[in-house]
Design a protein around this ligand. Structure first.
Ligand code: ADP
Ligand code: MG
Length: 698
C-alpha cells in the first residue's frame, strides 16, 4: 500500500510534474506567469498542453474540461475528449495550447443577470494558471475564469482574482513606505473550516423536503438533541470514520491539504479543515471538497448535507474563513513582529482590517447572504447578522493606549510607544476564546465566521480583499505625501482607532443586549435577511469602492444583485411548494387516517359497552381535527400568497414578499404539522422524524 506522502497530489499537474515534464525554458516561462502574472505566450502554452495531455492520458484520462465557478454557487464542467480522427480510421489524442488557454462553452443556461444577451449565448473560459490542473474521474480539469463575450465576469473566480490583485497593489505601496524594496507580491491566504451533516441514504430518500431543498421543512424536536453536548469532539463512529478515511484519501490525491476532522456540536454533524493556502486555490479546493464529500458519502450509503440549517432547533452548519495576508517571502503581515518597526507595520495592517470591517459591514454581510444562511445568522449558534470584531484584551489594550496616548499597562506593564517599543507578546490562547464573534483576530489571522456551509468562499474573500485594499489605498495616499513618516503614521493609526473602534466588541455576540447596543448606541448595521442586505450591494459607497479597485463593473454588480435575489426567491419558492405538497399529500392524510381510526376505535368500544371510558380518544380526535383544519387553512393561505407572488413587479419586490409574507406563512403551517407529528402514531407518520434521521448513522 502506498503511503500518503507517496500518493499526495498524484492527480495534480503540480510544480513537481511541471519540473519533470517541461523543458527548463518552458518551465521558467510558466513559472513567471504563475508567480508574477506575466502573460503566457502561445508556444509555451502549446508545450504545457502537450505535457499535460501526456501526463493525464498516462493516468487514464480520456477527456479534458475547463472547470469553472458560475454564479450558481457550484462548479461547472463540459467534457471534451482528447480524440481527433487520423486518416487511417483511428484516432490520435490531441490537446493544444489554445484549448488549454481558452474555452467557449455554450453557457446560455448559466445565470447572467442580464449581462449576456440571448444572441450572445456563448461565454468564454480562460485558464487560471495559478491554480493547478487536476484529474477527476477520467477528466483533466483546468481551473478557469468564466466571462461573457463582452468581457463581463460571469463567475466567482474572476472578481476573486481581481480582488487579490487590488490587495496586492495597495499592500505593496505600504510595504515600500516601510522600506521594503524587495517584496514582489502580497497574497491573501485562507483556511476554510467546513461543517456538514452525514445521514443515511434511506432517511434522505424518504424525505421529499431533504431531496428537493436540502433541509427539513417539518420535524418536531426529538427527545434527544444536542443538549448533552456529548457529540462535540466525541468518538467518531466506525461508519463515519470509514467515510472520513476515504474522503481524506481522495482529497489528498487532489493535493488538498485535509488536516483536521472531528464531530461537531449537533448529532450527525462533523467538520473538516484543510491547511490554509492562497485564496484562489483555497476556493477551488473548497468547491472540490464539497463535491467530493457528497460523492464519497454516496459510496458509503450516506448523504452529506451541506445546507446551513438542515434541522430546526439543532445547530446549523457554517464555514469559518481563516484569512491572512503574506508577502511572497512568507512574512505574515497580520503577525506582530519582533522589532518596533515590524510592529508599527503590523498595527497599520491591523487598522486596515478594522477600518475595512467597519466601513464595509454591509458588503461582508452581503457576501454570506443566502436563504439558507438567513436561518443561522442571528440564531443562538452562529454569529449575529450584525458585524463586529473581536481583538482580545491584549491587543484591545494596546489600541486603547495608542488612541488615548496613554501608557499601556499590558501583561508586561510597560509603556508602549509606537515605533520605539516592541509590542508585548500576545498569548495566543487569549486571542481565540471568543467563539461568538463574527470576525475574530486569532493571533496572526482573522477568522470570519459568518459564512454558511454551502457558500462558495469566493464571495466573502472578494469583499474582504477589496475592503482591505481600500483602507490600504487611503493610507498609502496619505503616507506617501507625508513629510515626517513616523509622525504621520502615528497620527493615522490613532485616528483610525478612534474612528472605527465602534466595530470592536470583545463580549458575547449572541447576547440580545449586544444587538441593542450595536444598533442603537454604536450605529452598526443589522441586516437580518438576504432581502434586507442584498440591494445595498449597489449603494454608491460600495459600488464606488468596488469599481475603483476594478473588482467589479457597475453592470456586474447589477447582475450579481439580481442573481442573488433571484436565487433567494427561487430557493424559498421551491421550499414553499414542497411544503404545500408534503402537507397536502402526506401529512394531512396521515392525520386524517389516524384521527378516523381513533374515532372508529372509540365507537367500537362504546358499541361494546357504553360504560367504557373513551375521553382520551375523544380529546385526541378533537385536537387532530383542529390541526387538520389548521393545516388545510394554512396551506390554502400559503398557496394564494404564492399566486400573488407572481404579480411582484421586480425581484426586489418579490424578495420583500418572500420575507414578509411567504416565510411567515411557512412557519405557521409548520407549527400545525409539527404538533401533528407529536400526536400521531408513529406507524401512521409518512416520513422519518428528527430522531430517526439524526441518529441514523450507527
Ligand atoms: P481553530 O482553533 O479555529 O481550529 P486552527 O489553528 O486549527 O484554529 O486553524 C483553523 C484554520 O486556520 C486551518 O485551516 C488553518 O490552516 C488556518 N490557518 C492557520 N494559520 C493561517 C494563516 N496564517 N492564514 C490563513 N489561515 C490560517
Ligand atoms: Mg476555527
Amino acid at each position: 500500500m502506498k503511503t500518503v506522502s507517496e500518493y499526495f497530489g498524484n492527480m495534480v499537474f503540480d510544480d513537481r510534474v511541471m519540473k519533470a515534464t517541461l523543458s527548463a525554458k518552458v518551465y521558467a516561462s510558466l513559472k513567471q506567469t504563475i508567480d508574477e502574472g506575466k502573460e503566457l505566450d502561445l508556444n509555451v502554452a502549446n508545450a504545457v498542453a502537450a505535457a499535460m495531455k501526456d501526463w493525464a492520458i498516462e493516468k487514464g484520462a480520456t477527456h479534458f474540461t475547463h472547470w469553472f465557478q458560475p454564479l450558481t454557487g457550484i462548479t461547472a464542467e463540459k467534457h471534451d475528449s482528447f480524440i481527433s480522427p487520423s486518416p487511417d480510421g483511428g484516432v490520435i489524442m490531441e490537446f493544444s495550447g489554445k484549448e488549454l488557454i481558452k474555452g467557449e462553452p455554450d453557457a446560455s443556461s448559466f445565470p447572467s443577470g442580464g449581462l449576456r444577451a440571448t444572441f450572445e449565448a456563448r461565454g468564454y473560459t480562460a485558464w487560471d494558471p495559478t491554480s493547478y490542473a487536476f484529474i477527476k474521474g477520467k477528466t483533466l480539469c483546468i481551473p478557469t475564469a468564466f466571462c461573457s463575450y463582452g468581457g463581463h465576469a460571469l463567475d466567482k473566480k474572476t472578481p476573486l482574482l481581481r480582488s487579490m490583485e487590488a490587495l496586492n497593489k495597495q499592500a505593496l505601496r505600504i510595504l515600500r513606505l516601510f522600506g521594503n524594496a524587495t517584496v514582489k507580491r502580497v497574497v491573501s491566504s485562507v483556511g476554510p473550516e467546513q461543517e456538514y451533516f452525514l445521514i443515511t441514504k434511506e432517511m434522505y430518500d424518504a424525505r421529499p423536503d431533504l431531496r428537493f431543498t436540502g433541509r427539513t421543512l417539518f420535524g418536531a424536536k426529538p427527545p434527544k438533541g444536542q443538549e448533552m453536548d456529548d457529540h462535540y469532539f466525541g468518538v467518531i463512529k466506525p461508519r463515519v470514520a470509514a467515510y472520513m478515511e476515504e474522503l481524506n484519501e481522495e482529497l489528498w490525491k487532489l493535493g488538498i491539504l485535509a488536516k483536521t476532522e472531528h464531530n461537531e456540536v449537533a448529532p450527525a454533524q462533523h467538520e473538516l479543515a484543510p491547511i490554509y493556502s492562497t485564496t484562489n486555490v483555497a476556493t477551488d479546493h473548497n468547491q472540490l471538497t464539497m463535491e467530493i464529500m457528497q460523492k464519497i458519502a454516496a459510496k458509503h450509503g450516506l448523504v452529506c448535507l451541506l445546507h446551513e440549517k438542515p434541522f430546526a432547533g439543532v445547530n446549523g452548519s457554517g464555514k469559518h474563513n481563516n484569512w491572512s495576508i503574506a508577502t511572497d517571502g512568507g512574512q505574515n503581515l497580520l503577525s506582530p513582529g519582533d522589532t518596533p518597526y515590524e510592529n508599527a507595520q503590523f498595527l497599520l495592517f491591523l487598522c486596515a482590517v478594522i477600518q475595512a470591517v467597519d466601513d464595509y459591514q454591509d458588503l461582508l454581510r452581503i457576501s454570506v447572504a443566502t436563504a439558507g444562511n438567513d436561518h443561522r445568522l442571528g440564531a443562538n449558534e452562529a454569529p449575529p447578522a450584525v458585524g463586529s470584531m473581536f481583538l482580545g484584551d491584549d491587543l484591545g489594550g494596546v489600541l486603547e493606549a495608542i488612541e488615548k496616548g496613554a501608557p499601556y499597562y499590558g501583561a508586561e506593564k510597560t509603556q508602549m510607544k509606537l515605533g520605539v517599543d516592541v509590542l508585548p507578546k500576545f498569548n495566543r490562547d487569549t486571542t481565540d476564546r471568543n467563539r461568538t464573534s463574527p470576525f475574530a483576530f486569532t493571533g496572526n489571522k482573522f477568522e470570519f465566521r459568518m459564512l454558511g456551509s454551502s457558500n462558495s468562499i469566493a464571495c466573502a474573500n472578494i469583499m474582504l480583499n477589496s475592503a482591505v485594499a481600500e483602507s490600504l489605498k487611503q493610507y498609502a495616499d496619505k503616507l506617501e505625501k507625508a513629510k515626517d513618516f513616523e509622525k504621520a503614521l502615528h497620527e493615522l493609526i490613532k485616528k483610525t482607532i478612534k474612528d472605527h473602534k465602534r466595530i470592536i466588541f470583545n463580549g458575547n455576540g449572541y447576547d440580545d443586549a449586544w444587538i441593542k447596543e450595536a444598533t442603537e448606541v454604536r450605529g452598526l448595521l443589522n441586516y437580518r435577511t438576504t432581502a434586507d442586505c442584498m440591494p445595498h450591494l449597489l449603494d454608491k459607497k460600495n459600488a464606488d469602492m468596488l469599481t475603483a479597485h476594478k473588482v467589479f463593473t457597475v453592470e456586474e454588480l447589477n447582475s450579481r444583485c439580481e442573481i442573488m435575489l433571484e436565487n433567494y426567491c427561487k430557493t424559498v419558492t421551491i421550499e414553499a411548494n414542497t411544503m404545500v405538497d408534503m402537507a397536502k399529500t402526506q401529512i394531512a392524510p396521515a392525520v386524517r387516517h389516524f384521527a378516523a381510526d381513533t374515532a372508529r376505535d372509540a365507537a367500537a368500544k362504546q358499541a361494546l359497552d357504553s360504560a367504557i371510558p373513551c375521553g382520551y380518544e375523544k380529546k385526541l380526535v378533537a385536537r387532530l381535527s383542529v390541526i387538520a383544519e389548521g393545516i388545510a387553512e394554512k396551506v390554502e393561505s400559503l398557496e394564494s400568497a404564492m399566486i400573488e407572488l407572481h404579480g411582484a413587479k421586480d425581484v426586489i419586490a418579490e424578495s420583500v414578499m418572500i420575507r414578509d409574507v411567504i416565510l411567515p406563512k411557512m412557519c405557521e403551517l409548520r407549527v400545525y404539522c409539527d404538533e401533528a407529528e407529536t400526536l400521531t402514531a408513529k406507524s401512521y407518520w409518512p416520513f422519518p422524524t428528527y430522531g430517526d434521521i439524526l441518529f441514523s448513522v450507527k
